[in-house]
Design a binder for this molecule. Structure first.
Ligand code: ADP
Ligand code: MG
Length: 505
């Protein structure tokens, strides 16, 4: 049997971090091989070694049975390896065709434009990419931009194509289309490495899967032989039970309200209420006004039009501290920037935003004894893994940083909480924990605005869901009145409608 790829005993270190620890990855020709693992398990590093971006410290690589020493992406490309990165590398002001031809390192000074154009069109047809050569890249959707990246890789003659978490930026429909395209690529003879941290995706597309855990291979199995539960266990190292116990509660009075607030200029204003005992989830592809909504709600920005109410009081012009003192709290999407001081201790971080509270003050002085007692209780309650309350928060893992932030924000004083992208970058265990504490808080009577790019998360936690598209709320309703597909369709339909309107005007 000749393999397309044999990576044997690969070790890659970054200072004291062993990102890949004697990893074996063996891929047959014309196979879709999934590389599954939690954030930070070493997937991208392994692929960057294969693609010549990082030099390995130990191990051996063979491509099509031949030992190779890949020193650069150019050399990888010459060996028939292509990579579709998480972040696209395109020239937005150029057309699809220009992006394909001009970026090609093989091209000489004298471009044979017509011949190249014909070659590119043939590839589009062969792999059913449905791209127009003359479209400007900046006018394309994310899904289409990704196809330009795929086309680029194909044009350079890749037989082995690496996809690094390709669905993380896509809508559900775009993901389905990408999956079809990848299956088609395999059927036409390509070998695929598909990186993911999602179980269902891995199950549905992969022939084989290699699971990484903390830089080591935890399993290597046929996808058809492993259940999602098995895969989760390989990833985490223990059984994971993520059955959320969400009990039905009749929501109470309105706690938070946004009335006629423009989130984006020149777009219809948004209206939204969040009631006691209720989680309202904001769904939509990242970058459609969610961040602006988050910042308006907490007071990092003031609305240009309309008003924001907390417990019936207009607060649109109140600053963050005053909103917090009135019972609002905030788990921001960028926790590093807005929720913590990385070099300060856990207990100091727990004081953030609470410095005005009497429990921690004796006139102008901070009562460290009270604060430390509180911090100790919080880290125990939230199972924060740490050497103690004096440890700098920046030294904790992402999951434990988030638990610390949650322990501060989901305090007894909070009546309304804005929770944005709460599990981004966390591993399964911490995700499960986070979901449970958010639900617990809602059960206790809190009103919660949940903003998340993870549709499964929005669907699992929310009582009502609002869909955002280009700064507007385009739909809102009971969570169980939408299916996953319907939610995706909502923003696609809005987009299509907008395009028609634009053409008409
Ligand atoms: P994954 O793609 O599975 O999320 P990565 O391969 O990106 O994981 O990261 C594996 C580990 O290596 C992580 O601990 C990460 O912090 C570390 N790491 C990755 N790239 C670098 C780098 N350029 N410098 C230092 N550490 C890195
Ligand atoms: Mg990665």
């Amino acid at each position: 049997m000749e393999y397309a790829i044999e990576m044997l005993g690969i070790t890659k270190r970054f200072a004291s971090v062993v990102a890949n620890d004697h990893v074996d990855l063996v891929v047959e020709k014309q196979e879709i091989h999934c590389l599954l693992g939690e954030n930070g398990s070493g997937k991208s590093t392994l692929m960057n070694v294969l693609f010549g971006i990082y030099a390995k410290d130990e191990g051996e690589i063979r491509i099509n049975g031949k030992k190779v020493d890949i020193q650069s992406p150019k050399e990888a490309s010459d060996l028939g390896i292509g990579m579709v990165h998480q972040h696209f590398m395109l020239f937005p002001q150029n057309t699809v065709l220009e992006n394909i031809i001009l970026g090609d390192e093989r091209s000489s000074l004298f471009l044979n434009y017509e011949k190249n154009k014909k070659d590119v069109q043939e590839l589009i047809d062969k792999y059913d990419l449905q791209l127009n050569l003359n479209d400007k890249v900046c006018n394309l959707s994310v899904g289409m931009k990704q196809r330009v990246e795929i086309l680029k890789v194909l044009y350079r003659g890749a037989d082995i194509i690496i996809f690094d978490e390709p669905t993380s930026v896509l809508t559900p429909q775009e993901s389905d289309m990408l999956m079809q395209m990848i299956l088609n690529l395999r059927d036409q003879g390509k070998t695929i490495i598909f990186i993911s941290h999602k179980l269902n995706e891995t199950k549905s597309i992969g022939d084989k899967v290699t699971v990484l855990r903390k830089g080591q291979v935890a399993a290597n199995v046929d996808c058809s032989e492993a259940t999602e539960r098995d895969l989760a266990r390989f990833m985490v190292g223990k059984d994971v039970d993520s059955n959320l116990k969400k009990k039905m509660i009749e929501p109470g009075e309105v706690v938070f309200e946004i009335k006629d607030v423009s989130v984006w200029p020149d777009r219809a204003p948004c209206n939204l209420t969040v009631r006691k005992n209720e989680i309202v989830g904001i769904a939509g592809v990242d970058g459609n006004g969610q961040l602006e909504l988050e910042e308006l709600a907490i007071g990092l920005n003031t609305p240009c039009s309309g008003e924001i109410f907390l417990k019936g009081e207009a607060i649109g012009n109140e600053n963050v501290l005053s909103r917090r003192m009135s019972g609002m709290s905030y788990v921001p999407s960028d926790r590093f920037k807005y929720a913590m001081l990385p070099h300060q201790s856990i207990s100091r971080n727990l004081l953030l935003g609470n410095q005005e509270r009497n429990a921690f003050r004796n006139k102008a002085l901070i009562r460290n004894d009270k604060l430390n007692e509180y911090a100790q209780a919080k880290i125990e309650e939230f199972n924060v893994v740490t050497t103690g309350i004096e440890q700098p928060i920046g030294a904790l893992s992402g999951g434990n940083q988030q638990k610390t932030v949650l322990s501060r924000e989901l305090s007894d004083e909070a009546e309304f909480v804005i929770v944005s992208q709460p599990t981004m970058g966390l591993d399964i265990g911490a995700i499960d924990f986070t979901h449970n504490v958010i639900l617990e808080k809602r059960n206790q009577g809190c009103a919660i605005l949940l903003i998340s790019a993870d549709l499964s998360e929005v669907m699992a936690l929310s009582d009502r869901i609002a869909v955002m598209y280009e700064g507007e709320i385009v739909a809102i309703g009971a969570a169980d009145s939408f299916s996953r597909e319907e939610l995706g369709l909502l923003w696609q339909d809005t987009k299509r409608r907008r395009q028609i309107e634009d053409e008409d005007s």
